[in-house]
Ligand binder design. Structure first.
Ligand SMILES: [Zn+2]
Ligand SMILES: [Zn+2]
Length: 275
């Protein structure tokens, strides 16, 4: 993170949608954060450098977080590049941790959180190092999960209610998650009342910012404060047709690569696509 040296004098390059205007009417100085982005350190298609450059040139995001599956290598590489560069946005080091119940975003961490622990322990470990725990796509329950994979699901309603999550991702920018997002929003607004986040879960650069969180302020520290005060607002953004096609091709290519590896008899370690 490089808050003090961040330069913020460039005009936003992405035009505002109708939804932006409505939401931002209530918080005119709201910042935009996308805190769920993957790189090639796990199953993303872009390197940390490519993610930083895309966010700089093609979005008006104020804060981004790199959250690779079960590793902070990509986020730490991004932090190093961010420190050396002169980016106008803040960067948060994060991880999408695979707990035994489902995926949990760890934000503001410095050490990797081990995978395959019960969600209670995962959340405890995140808090122990001063991080925040966000339930990623919490109501995503896939019908089929690869037998090699522990889970690609969200943690589900029971775990959401039982554990001390600092936020709930009520908008996950995956192009097919409409119903799951609606369920997460309903659960949060009727029972949980946790801070709400919107994120892209981007695996290709064009998806960055397709789902973001509005918050009072512009910096990562202000984003954190907004989560703690529950003053965030999740916003979804539509994909262009050509972006959906590119995303579809990316997943098909990844699937073909995995199938090829399996046919050759090589055991998977990682990466592979998970939401
Ligand atoms: Zn993800
Ligand atoms: Zn996930």
């Amino acid at each position: 993170m490089n808050q003090s040296s961040s330069v913020r004098n460039k005009a936003p390059k992405r035009s505002s949608s109708k939804r932006d205007t409505l939401a931002q009417a209530f918080i005119p100085e709201a910042g935009k954060a996308d805190v769920h982005i993957h790189t090639t350190a796990s199953d993303g298609g872009a390197t940390a450098q490519e993610v930083l450059d895309y966010a700089e040139r093609h979005t008006d995001l104020d804060v981004i977080a790199i959250t690779d599956h079960d590793t902070i290598d990509g986020a730490q590489e991004a932090a190093r590049l961010h420190q050396e560069g002169n980016y106008r946005f803040d960067l948060i080091v994060g991880e999408e941790v695979t707990s035994t119940a489902g995926h949990i975003l760890a934000l503001f961490i410095t050490k990797e959180i081990p995978k395959e622990l019960p969600p209670h322990e995962t959340v405890q470990l995140i808090h122990a190092q001063g991080g925040l725990a966000i339930a990623a796509h919490p109501m995503l329950i896939l019908r089929y999960i690869d037998p090699d994979m522990l889970t690609a699901n969200g943690v589900g309603a029971d775990v959401l209610m039982a554990e001390r999550f600092d936020g709930v991702e009520i908008i996950n920018g995956g192009p097919t998650l409409g119903k799951e997002n609606a369920r997460a929003r309903l659960l949060n607004r009727s029972i949980l009342f946790r801070a709400e986040t919107g994120s892209s879960d981007a695996h290709i650069v064009e998806a960055i910012g397709k789902g973001y969180t509005l918050f009072p302020g512009k910096t990562a520290a202000e984003f954190r404060e907004a989560l703690e005060r529950k003053t965030t607002e999740a916003v979804s953004t539509r994909y262009k047709f050509r972006e959906v096609i590119k995303y579809g091709r990316f997943f098909l290519k990844m699937k073909a690569r995995e199938t090829g590896k399996r046919l050759l008899g090589s055991r998977r370690v990682k990466p592979r696509h998970r939401p």
